[in-house]
Design a protein around this ligand. Structure first.
Ligand code: ADP
Ligand code: ZN
Length: 611
């Protein structure tokens, strides 16, 4: 009898499970419900697809995104697993035919949109069918506390109750808050589920925060250095998206765009162009991406700072799902803070019925924004920052794969500067914000400074030897470290915290880590050392040949290229240059269906290339 390892190798060509997958599969096979929290890219699909082929009968998969079911299903069919989808993109005839085939037992896996669960035709099929497993993808959609509530998800529990035998119900989501988890368990009616949360670390992702003055210029040169690489550029507003897109298109780049202001038609064309690599780069607002499981996205660039770590990690997590090295770059500028605050102040919460709710929601958002700002300002390891935020320990101090870890830092003794700020804030009466204190410390003799008599106060011009940006950054860091307190409101005022008093009283020397340009005040020539993906193909010529072969196959079958096989699989073929079917079969990512369809072609291509 076939077991889970056989199935993994045969259908997917993989040799081992990723964290969490095996336990989930074992529990499903033992008949237990599942509540799984796994970050994007962790490999949720295999958790229900492997049991689906091992269990008798049918697995139903509920998924909110009908546009993507087609790709999921074509991947399964390419792998030799009979599957179908049922949603509103089918004509009435196609739909009826698919239901007939399903009733006759033609499919092991059926993807279905939640809206279908309440329709007569589907219910009559389902109530008579032998359904072993019900997998609920994006399960947080059932909760009003999640970020993507869908009313039709609340029909799922009712639907389960009409089935002749209760199937195992397995819920999957990437949203981990306790409230959402509790909602998922109760609203989907999970019974004593096996709960698993897999690690949030994505070791193949590089994280960078870049302070670029010319963001668009940065993107142009990035695209020049990464031709043909697929990626998503997120921007804050529709206007930004349109602007970036038209400028890049004018420069001859193959980009497309997506935001909520476009028609359904325009959006679906853009999405399709992106998924099929006709336009490998997508410029989008955060409206784009949920359920997009293009595995070979090589970079995610945030043109503006996102509003929360949750949003950032979800969006960034869309890179490198095939396990290849990928980059997540955030282009940060101080003006992003103003835009973000404006969006929060004027956001949809403000028209909530209950003013107290609205106020609480706003406060919550401002808190999340603060975390995001600290992330951008952080001089420590970014990966550690992220994982800590999601409640995970990260043992090493440095990951060696983020812009903080890869930027050279100098440790500077700041005892004198610290005293100077302490005195400046105190001697001006704790009545001013960071901009004024910076001017004061730098010895700016503006009319306001003179007429207010501040030039006479203790500490005036104490840091005139330091650059303006150094003093400004230094003050921000003291706020982050809790030495200075910054009041709420439009014009935040700085005051001294008890901790600051203690540090000064102790008389100890204090050091801090700085980047070179923070000390010199000059923009560096190179922002961060160029990061080169360690697994870029060893033999670019062969890699390109294989890619173009794959493109032809995909075009002929009219499916996205990655459903034939992923980039990381192609890279392994390039690295190992197999000579026989069995050598090819050993490569991770090559399953039986691939061998029987394409082995001859790929081996011939390799032979020809060797010459
Ligand atoms: P998500 O959790 O975001 O739904 P997917 O199920 O789409 O993730 O999986 C992401 C990628 O990881 C896919 O390309 C998938 O084939 C790959 N993958 C999943 N499990 C494994 C595994 N055990 N070994 C190698 N690759 C895997
Ligand atoms: Zn790091």
């Amino acid at each position: 009898m076939q077991d889970k390892y056989d199935a993994l190798k045969k259908y997917y060509g993989y040799d081992s499970f990723r964290p969490g997958q095996e336990q989930i599969i074992d529990n499903i096979l033992a008949g237990r419900d599942i509540m799984a929290v796994m970050p994007t890219g962790a490999g949720k699909s295999i958790c229900y697809q492997v049991p689906a082929v091992l269990l008798p009968g049918i697995t139903l998969v509920i998924s909110p995104l009908i546009s993507l079911m087609r790709d999921q299903v074509s991947s399964l069919n390419s792998n030799g697993i009979p599957a179908a989808f049922l949603n509103s993109s089918l004509t009435a005839r196609q739909y009826t035919l698919a239901l007939q085939r399903a009733s006759a037992g033609a499919y092991k896996i059926i993807y279905v949109a939640p809206e279908r669960l309440v329709t007569e035709g589907f219910r009559s099929f389902a109530s008579g069918a032998d359904i072993s497993l019900l997998a609920v993808d994006e399960a947080h959609c059932v909760s009003q506390w999640g970020h993507d509530f869908r009313r039709s998800y609340t029909e799922i529990a009712g639907f389960v109750s009409i089935l002749k035998k209760r199937p195992v119900v397995a819920a999957f989501t990437a949203t981990a808050t306790e409230q959402v988890k509790a909602d998922v368990k109760s609203l989907l009616g999970l019974r004593r589920p096996f709960e698993v949360t897999t690690g949030f670390d994505r070791p193949n992702l590089y994280f960078g925060v870049l302070r670029e003055k010319d963001k668009l210029g940065f993107i142009r040169s990035y695209l020049d250095k990464n031709p043909g690489r697929s990626g998503i550029i997120y921007a804050m507003t529709r206007k930004n998206v349109e602007q970036i897109c038209s400028e890049l298109q004018a420069g001859g780049y193959q980009v497309t765009m997506y935001h909520a202001g476009l028609s359904d038609e325009e959006r679906s064309v853009a999405q399709d162009d992106f998924i099929k690599d006709k336009k490998p780069v997508m410029i989008a607002t955060n409206a784009f991406g949920m359920g997009i499981d293009k595995p070979d996205v090589g970079f995610i660039i945030h043109f503006n700072m996102p509003l929360s770590m949750e949003a950032y990690y979800q969006e960034a997590g869309r890179a490198g799902r095939d396990g290849s090295d990928a980059e997540c770059l955030l282009l940060y500028s101080k003006s992003d803070i103003r835009t973000a605050k404006f969006l929060i102040e004027n956001g949809s919460d403000s028209d909530s019925a209950d003013p107290e709710d609205a106020a609480a929601a706003k406060k919550n958002r401002l808190e999340k924004l603060k975390t995001m700002i600290s992330y951008c300002e952080s001089e420590g390891c970014l990966r550690r920052f992220i994982l800590r935020y999601f409640g995970e320990k990260y043992d090493s101090a440095e990951c060696g794969k983020c812009s903080s870890c890869l930027t050279e830092h100098t440790t500077v003794d700041v005892t004198r500067e610290l005293r100077a700020v302490y005195i400046a804030v105190g001697s001006t009466g704790e009545r001013f914000g960071a901009a004024f204190i910076t001017d004061f410390l730098r010895g700016d003799d503006s009319p306001r400074m003179i007429s207010g008599g501040y030039c006479e106060r203790e500490g005036f011009a104490a840091l005139s030897d330091r650059s303006r940006s150094f003093v400004r950054d230094f003050i921000s860091r003291l706020v982050e470290n809790g030495l200075l307190i910054s009041s709420e409101g439009t014009y935040p005022i700085l005051s001294i915290s008890p901790l600051f008093d203690r540090v000064i009283d102790s008389g100890k020397r204090v050091t801090m880590r700085f980047r070179e340009e923070q000390i010199s005040g000059r923009a560096p020539k190179h922002q961060t050392r160029a990061y080169t993906a360690p697994d870029s193909p060893i033999d670019a010529g062969l890699f390109e040949r294989l890619r173009s072969w794959r493109r032809d196959i995909a075009a002929r079958r009219s499916v996205p290229a990655y459903t034939v096989c992923t980039d990381s699989t192609l890279r392994r073929i390039v690295a190992q240059k197999p000579r026989t079917r069995s050598e090819l079969g050993q490569i991770s990512g090559i399953g039986d269906a691939f061998i029987s369809r394409y082995a001859d072609q790929v081996l011939a291509l390799l032979r020809e290339y060797r010459g």
